[in-house]
Design a protein around this ligand. Structure first.
Ligand code: ZN
Length: 102
């Protein structure tokens, strides 16, 4: 299982994003991947980007299990627009273009 399996959703179609091994591991809109650009856009996020945002907040490296224990869900609109929501009461991490709200 990948770190964020079943936790990442495409904001445009609200479907769970599927993991792909390309570019070191990324999540891609499953609607786009299955049905093409008439049905959704190619929303993608690299797994490493999500991990880095969470580790930056905690100022240390974290295991897959530690991350899965605290992440509730991730909503991705594009590789520069996303929200990471936590199940432990921590405020969300918001990525808005080049501005990050920790
Ligand atoms: Zn989508």
């Amino acid at each position: 299982m990948n770190t964020f399996s079943k936790l990442v959703k495409c904001k445009l179609c609200n479907k769970t994003m599927k993991f792909k091994k390309e570019s070191g591991g990324l999540y891609c809109c499953s609607t786009y991947d299955n049905y093409g650009k008439e049905h959704c856009q190619r929303t993608i996020v690299r797994e490493e980007v999500l991990r880095e945002l969470i580790e930056r907040r905690h100022r240390r490296e974290m295991t897959d299990q530690e991350i899965r224990d605290i992440v509730d869900y991730v909503i991705v609109e594009s590789h520069l627009l996303m929200e990471i929501h936590f199940s432990n009461g921590d405020i969300p991490i918001l990525l808005k273009g080049h501005h990050i709200q920790f």
